[in-house]
Design a protein around this ligand. Structure first.
Ligand code: PGA
Length: 305
């Protein structure tokens, strides 16, 4: 026999026996018969390979092995108690970790939402990865995070994808661009304009490339940049026009440093999706954040087509 054969029940009985130092009182406290207590303790001693108790006169004493076993039992039960307290805290959202990966463009609004969520659940730790569509899809396929925010649900992967907010893509130019002020400019007109594009692998790029393909328009790419921020500066510097998510240019549109063009067929009406692998277990904190996103924007999202 080895100590590995000891059962939790035996340890529990022994732990109580150490408190009462009497088979009868332990049996009463645990609603067992005295012989059941004796048998379990005897089997535990067999697993240990040494006696745990000795009887001198009418009194029970712990042997050296019994004292070592008593300390081990205390340690195990205290750890189990701590574990159950931690699990309860996780369930009450007082603790936990939110592993979130969001698409580049979503970094303009997700940190604010995380701030509001963290104010409600200050004990929750958050890790946030930001990358383009290609990078996010790789992480999703490798199950690296708990929740993902994307501009388009992934194809060919079994996922749950819930739309939670509108994500219109709009055409942007510098304020004195000749198309500013024109109404329903045909998309083909943009084919004549120097265009600032996102990098390959960007979901935004994929969306407007589809749009221009449908309108049989070839873009005149002037520059390819991997950041919405750099693209905005380049457009403001009058090097070209672009299409990007409205959420990335709210403040520039407000202060007038960039202007939205009125192009027929735009905005491209996309949505933000909160995504996770279909069969993934969502920890309570992750589930709570998912619900928070959906509740927060409930009235903004048209039903998914
Ligand atoms: P992106 O994705 O940041 O990779 O362009 C945004 C989107 O898919 O809407």
């Amino acid at each position: 026999m080895s100590i590995r054969h000891a059962t939790l029940r035996q340890l529990e009985i022994f732990d109580r026996l150490v408190v009462h130092m009497s088979i009868t009182r332990t049996a009463e406290a645990m609603h067992l018969t005295p012989s059941a207590v004796s048998i379990q303790v005897k089997q535990l001693a067999e697993s240990v390979g040494m006696p745990l108790l000795e009887q001198v006169g009418k009194k029970l004493y712990l042997t050296d092995a019994g004292r070592a076993m008593a300390l081990t039992c205390r340690d195990i039960f205290e750890r189990m108690e701590r574990l159950s307290q931690e699990v309860a805290a996780i369930q009450r959202l007082e603790k936990g970790r939110l592993r979130l990966a969001v698409i580049t463009t979503a970094k303009y609004f997700v940190p604010r939402l995380l701030g509001d969520f963290s104010a409600l659940h200050p004990g929750v730790e958050v890790s946030l990865f930001v990358g383009n569509r290609k990078a996010i899809l790789e992480r999703l396929a490798n199950n690296q995070d708990d929740l993902y925010i994307l501009g388009q649900p992934p194809e060919g992967l079994n996922v749950s994808a819930i739309p939670f907010a509108p994500n219109p893509l709009i055409a942007i130019a510098y304020p004195d661009h000749p198309c500013v002020g024109q109404v329903a400019v045909p998309p083909s007109r943009l084919g004549n304009e120097p265009f600032i594009t996102r990098e390959l692998g960007s979901g935004t790029r994929r969306a407007y490339e589809d749009f221009f393909r449908q309108h049989k328009t070839e873009l005149k790419i002037r520059m390819e940049l991997g950041s919405d921020e750099a693209i905005k500066q380049t457009v403001a510097g009058r090097l070209g026009i672009t299409i990007l998510s409205k959420s990335t240019v709210e403040s520039e549109l407000r202060n007038g440093s960039l202007v939205q063009l009125d192009i027929a067929g735009l905005p491209l009406q996309r949505q933000w999706y909160v995504v996770h692998p279909e069969k993934k277990f969502l920890p309570p904190v992750t589930k709570a954040f998912q619900n928070f996103l959906i509740e927060r924007h409930r009235d903004l999202v048209p039903p998914d087509k």
